[in-house]
Design a protein around this ligand. Structure first.
Ligand code: PGA
Length: 268
């Protein structure tokens, strides 16, 4: 059985005070659910306020990114032990917005900037290796752009993203990994992927994990769908057999909408 996971990615929204208030509202409404897992991923500076608001509830805390070193001369970066210290259990990695604007590095970036800030498979691989020993669970985002989908390259793109990010890791290390299938063309566009198609791709990812590592891993790892999930489409998406939850952006900023999405969630 894979416990359904609903994660709210707040992106660069809400101050600590605003985030604390939203978390408090959600805690009162859905904070004691144990049949599914609910995770809030606020901006770094709001993590302590949200952690305070969630204390004593069943809801979990996640970050939106991390650097791979534990400490050092990396101005502006946040390390895995820092996330653990403020109560994070999850961390989103490889979101298309950190991989580069909509999957393509900004052409005005120099190589030197890209080396650190243009996320790629190699930096993701370092980050995954860095967080696992700290008990942080990565939510690894993968997905194709519209051009890649139209060119029939969806599986090829996702395969290379998975291969690169998970290179050198063994099955035993990956049982707590969560994968989010987030087609780039569906993120923040209101253009949700059809539920049967999202189900098909999530199933394909599961098969890939089973084949590449071991069958039990494929059965165990949770695969979420993300991209324009709302209360109005959550039921159909979350009732697909291969979809184990949702990574919700815009709709997670609205307490009522997010609450409604969690009502559509069921563990299967
Ligand atoms: P969205 O974002 O729900 O606003 O489309 C999803 C995401 O970026 O994780």
């Amino acid at each position: 059985m894979r416990t359904c996971l609903i994660a709210g990615n707040w992106k660069m929204h809400l101050t600590p005070a605003e985030g604390g208030a939203l978390a408090n509202t959600l805690r009162q409404r859905i904070g004691m659910r144990t049949d599914i897992e609910i995770v809030l991923c606020p901006p770094f500076v709001a993590l302590p306020a949200v952690a305070d608001a969630l204390r004593g509830s069943e809801m979990k805390l996640g970050a939106q990114n991390v650097f791979w070193a534990d400490s050092g001369a990396y101005t502006g970066q946040i390390s895995p032990p820092m996330l653990v210290a403020v109560g994070c259990e999850y961390v989103i990695l490889g979101h298309s917005e950190t991989r580069g604007r909509f999957g393509t590095p900004d052409p005005t970036f120099t190589d030197a900037i890209l080396r650190y800030f243009g996320e790629n498979e190699a930096t993701l691989n370092r980050k995954i290796r860095a967080v696992l020993p700290h008990g942080l669970k990565p939510i690894l985002c993968v997905g194709e752009t519209l051009e890649e989908r139209q060119a029939g390259q969806t599986e090829k793109v996702i395969e290379s993203q998975l291969q690169g990010a998970l290179e050198g890791l063994v099955a035993d290390e990956l049982y707590e990994l969560v994968i989010a299938y987030e087609p780039v063309w569906a993120i923040g566009t209101g253009q949700v992927c059809d539920a049967p198609e999202a189900n098909r791709v999530c199933g394909w990812i599961r098969q890939w994990l089973a084949h590449h590592f071991e069958p039990e891993l494929g059965e165990h790892v949770r695969i979420l769908y993300g991209g324009s999930v709302k209360a109005s489409n959550a039921h159909e998406l979350l009732h697909q057999p291969e979809i184990d939850g949702a990574l919700v952006g815009g709709a997670s900023l609205n307490a009522e909408e997010f609450e409604q999405i969690t009502y559509c969630a069921r563990t299967h």
